[in-house]
Design a protein around this ligand. Structure first.
Ligand code: ACO
Length: 432
């Protein structure tokens, strides 16, 4: 079979570049030799047309609204799987047998406690610190507590670090919450599920027994599964870029957490609920829709739009159904859910949103559920970080094992001053 190529006509001559086929999805032009052959770079701010790596973990078809983890549709995983099973699938590539699953759960569970000295680390933060500020610090600090799993050239150490990160995130996130309340940290209870244990460490107190509510546990499990991985998004690319220099996985995940914090990414769930609360009543929706469409107003409908999905985010559909279920089963009536549904309805029928293919994303309904469960808004992104750690760890492992992996080092289109001679201070004139 002849190799597929595209020919680029450049000032340095015509060059053929191989076209690579994935198992599904668009073909990719391999431009690795471009600079060497033509002396030119490509220009792609925001990497909208750039594939940065080969991956077997997650596939998204943004036009059709499809999300697959290792080939399995997210809707099926959210309905039928457990978070631990999804974690195994993302990291190991296949669904586990019962025996493999039991052993995986045992291993993760054994790592749920954190070093005692980490508690003193928390005490250095203000009580009103944002949980994401705390998470950036404490996850980065894990590398100073677990030296025996930071040699990234050793596959066993890489796996131990992966287990530790997945196992300790719920403990660390719950500790951030407890610290903000001034309540004692709760030790993990390893007889509970991953999600049940997290709920107990968050909402339980040492003075009383805590019973996990199965409705809340199921909703949390789904939220965790829906956030577990999402291909080469900004925070995952940050983890990979940090890891490409050989940095240890705790430091890399801390970098991912920093990136996730932004309102254009993981911070959108917090921003979406704040926006829905600000709108407050369905009567005010037209005013906010008008603002979102106004080019001179920086306001955007939070929880709407996505770089990749130009259709319904499949996670948003599951999230909407979960919001309905949780509020109904907990017997909560929240006007914010009515505002969300009406806003979605109006936006989906508005020419501006139709033309730009702007649909609700995963964050549009998640805040409503988390609010009903009892989480304060500033915890939302930390919960996202907890779940996404599984994806970050899977992607980091894949990158480290990839023989084509190199340090990530983009180039630029330089538009600054050309070379010039240094001017002594007394001879300078102000440019302003
Ligand atoms: N409300 C109003 N207009 C919007 C919105 C929105 N939420 N999102 C995009 N647009 C408009 C833009 O103004 C732009 O209009 P133009 O072509 O006239 O300039 C057009 O749609 C394309 O938008 P871009 O910002 O160029 O698209 P991009 O792919 O860069 O951004 C993003 C995607 C950041 C998610 C954007 O849609 C947004 O800011 N949404 C709100 C924040 C949000 O919900 N983020 C969560 C993302 S999902 C996640 O991280 C889990």
């Amino acid at each position: 079979m002849t190799e597929k190529t595209v020919t680029l006509n450049t000032p340095a001559g015509n060059f053929d570049y191989p076209v690579l086929d994935g198992s599904v999805g668009p073909e990719v032009i391999d431009i690795r030799k471009l600079y060497g052959q033509t002396g030119m770079f490509t220009y792609d701010p925001g990497f909208t047309s750039t594939g940065s790596c080969e991956s077997k973990i997650t596939y998204i078809d943004g036009e059709k609204g499809i999300l697959l983890h290792r080939g399995y549709p997210i809707e099926q995983l959210a309905e039928k799987s457990s978070f631990m099973e999804v974690a195994y699938l993302l990291i190991h590539g296949e669904l586990p047998t019962q025996q493999e699953l039991d052993s995986w759960v045992r291993t993760i569970t054994r790592h749920t406690m954190v070093h005692e000295q980490l508690a003193t680390f928390y005490r250095g933060f203000r009580r009103d610190a944002h949980p994401m500020a705390i998470m950036c610090g404490v996850v980065g600090a894990l590398s100073s507590f677990y030296h025996d799993s930071t040699d990234i050239t050793d596959p066993d150490q890489r796996m131990i670090a992966s287990h530790r990160l997945i196992a300790k995130m719920p403990t660390l996130v719950a500790m951030a919450y407890k610290y903000s309340l001034g309540q004692p940290f709760m030790f993990p209870q390893n007889s509970l599920t991953y999600t049940g244990n997290f709920l107990r460490m968050t909402f339980g107190v040492p003075a009383e027994p805590y019973e996990v509510n199965p409705i809340i546990e199921r909703a949390m499990r789904r939220i965790f599964i829906l956030h577990a991985d999402h291909e080469q998004n900004a925070s995952t690319s940050t983890v990979r870029l940090a890891g490409s220099s050989g940095a240890n996985p705790f430091a890399c995940v801390a970098a991912g957490i920093a990136c996730l914090w932004g309102p254009a990414h993981g911070g959108a769930n917090e921003a979406a609920l704040n926006m829905l609360r600000e709108i407050g009543t369905t009567k005010r929706i037209p005013e906010y829709i008008a603002r979102a469409k106004d080019k001179n107003d920086p306001f955007r409908l939070m929880g709407f739009g996505h770089r990749v999905y130009k259709n319904f985010d499949p996670r948003a559909k599951v999230m909407k159904a979960t919001a309905d279920e949780v509020l109904k089963e907990l017997n909560i009536s929240d006007p914010v859910l009515d505002v969300a549904k009406e806003l979605e309805h109006i936006a989906l029928n508005d020419e501006y949103f139709i033309e730009k293919k702007l649909y609700p994303n995963v964050d549009f309904y998640s805040g409503v559920i988390l609010n009903a469960i009892g989480f304060p808004t500033d915890m939302f992104t930390a919960l996202f970080a907890l779940a996404r750690t599984v994806g970050w760890v899977a992607q980091w492992n894949e990158m480290i094992s990839d023989p084509e992996q190199k340090i990530g080092r983009p180039r630029q289109l330089y538009v600054g001053a050309p070379q010039r001679d240094y001017v002594p201070v007394e001879k300078r004139t102000s440019a302003a």
